[in-house]
Design a protein around this ligand. Structure first.
Ligand code: FDA
Length: 398
């Protein structure tokens, strides 16, 4: 009779998050009878999935392309994304009868709760007899093969080791730099990391100028480094947030300015000139307030060209108003950091990995998947789609 070594597995996955659970389920259902162990130091699997999308999990995006990702190699994500598309994930969601709906820009959310997505992934793992061990901090890893992992209850080993430990964002629920540190200890290059999809903070002077506006949201275009996003902008007590700002935050580097257009789609100068002709007695703040809200319009007038009847505005005044509203230069002092960032930009250099399988070129049987890799999605379900697609690519290859 063949005996099974309880410490030996075919595949060990570190990280029971979106990518790790996806990978485990796919690898286990390929008919190879793989023994698969998933280890996580948190007390429960998939904690970030549960908090995603405000608890409703924006689990994918119908318009997902490689252009929705930031990566030093813009072609890297194409292979995995094309072999596991949003429609493949939707098919899985529908197989489990999970109700969902579409919001703006092709974003798909659960109708009920993100729990539906986590339960689905756990059910897929159960079908594949995957063993999930939580509260399992990793003491040490020796890369083989066989790869050995020291846990508080002993050493486990496997032919394949998958690192799915995500990034630094939201350390309070168990995020850590484990994957980056492991890569660096093996001389696998790691692209410098920073918080992404994160509110931007302003210095004291700038905050004083915006005092009293926090909570106001406006439709705006935010631009940084040639990247431009039109969505809502939100004034906060610390600076600026809202989807438009979160999107540009992933491209912003300290010392750079963000340019904001508070009148997208409009040539404000032409608009003011035309209204000046028809309604010369209209106050500037009234015209600006039609779009900016009364409070923001009043503040922009207090800080720039004073409100007065449009008939009294010179062309130079109008140019200055246009400049202040359509090319508003903001110099963030920083970001709100990993405490609230949705993602980590940067990570394991994709040059070190196969784009087809996510296997490390220098270490056979070692894989990096999900957010730990230098692939960062825009806001809108792209980061989870990358977790599913990269988890699927590695799981399929195992
Ligand atoms: P994930 O972070 O999911 O999993 C990593 C796992 O590794 C965790 O379970 C962690 O405990 C474990 N781990 C870490 N260090 C370890 C160690 N040292 N030892 C053992 N285990 C360790 N994206 C999206 O597409 N749609 C959305 O709606 C949202 N919403 C959202 C909201 C919030 C508040 C945040 C913070 C993030 C999002 N995201 C998102 C981003 C998305 O959740 C994220 O990109 C994916 O969960 C990444 O999946 P991974 O599996 O790579 O990491």
């Amino acid at each position: 009779m063949q005996t099974i070594d309880p410490h030996y597995y075919d595949i060990i996955i570190i990280g029971a998050g979106a990518a790790g659970l996806m990978c485990a389920g796919v690898a286990g259902q390929q008919g190879g009878g793989h023994r698969i162990l998933v280890l996580d130091h948190a007390n429960k699997p998939g904690k970030k999935i549960l908090m995603s999308g405000g608890g409703r999990c924006n689990f994918t995006n119908l318009h997902c392309t490689a252009e929705d990702f930031i990566c030093a190699n813009p072609h890297f994500a194409k292979s995995a994304l094309s072999r596991f598309t949003p429609w493949d994930f939707i098919a899985l969601v529908e197989r489990y009868g999970i109700p969902y709906h579409e919001r703006d820009h092709g974003q798909l959310f659960c109708d009920r709760s993100a729990k539906d997505i986590l339960n689905m992934l756990l059910a897929e793992c159960e079908r594949a007899n995957v063993e999930i061990r939580t509260r399992a901090p990793i003491k040490d890893v020796r890369v083989g093969p066989p790869h050995q992992v020291d846990t508080p209850t002993g050493t486990v080993q496997a032919d394949a080791l998958v690192i799915a430990t995500g990034g630094y964002s939201v350390p309070s629920i168990g995020a850590s730099g484990f994957g980056f540190d492991l890569a660096q200890s093996l001389d696998i290059p790691v692209r410098s990391t920073r918080p992404g999809l994160v509110p931007l903070t302003l210095g004291k002077k700038a905050l004083k100028r915006l005092e009293g506006l926090s909570g106001i949201a406006l439709d705006a275009t935010a631009n940084v480094n040639g990247k431009s996003f039109r969505e809502n902008l939100l004034f906060t007590h610390r600076g600026l947030s809202g989807p438009a700002v979160l999107q540009v935050s992933s491209y912003w580097e300290p010392g750079q300015s963000v340019e904001i257009d508070l009148f997208p789609d409009v040539n404000l100068g032409d608009h003011i000139r035309s209204v000046r002709q028809q309604r010369p007695k209209m106050e500037l703040k009234t015209l600006l307030g039609e779009r900016l809200t009364r409070r923001v319009a009043q503040r922009w007038c207090d800080l720039g060209v004073k409100s007065q009847p449009l008939g009294q505005l010179s062309d130079t005044d109008i140019d200055r108003v246009e400049q202040a509203c359509q090319s508003w230069q903001v110099w963030p002092s920083g970001t709100e950091g990993y405490r609230v960032a949705e993602v980590t930009v940067g990570g394991v250099d994709t040059d070190a990995l196969s784009s087809k399988t996510l296997e490390c070129r220098a270490f056979p049987g070692l894989y990096f998947i999900g957010e730990v890799v230098d692939v960062t999605g825009h806001l809108g379900g792209f980061n989870l789609q990358w977790a599913w697609a990269s988890g699927h690519a590695a799981g399929w290859a195992l």
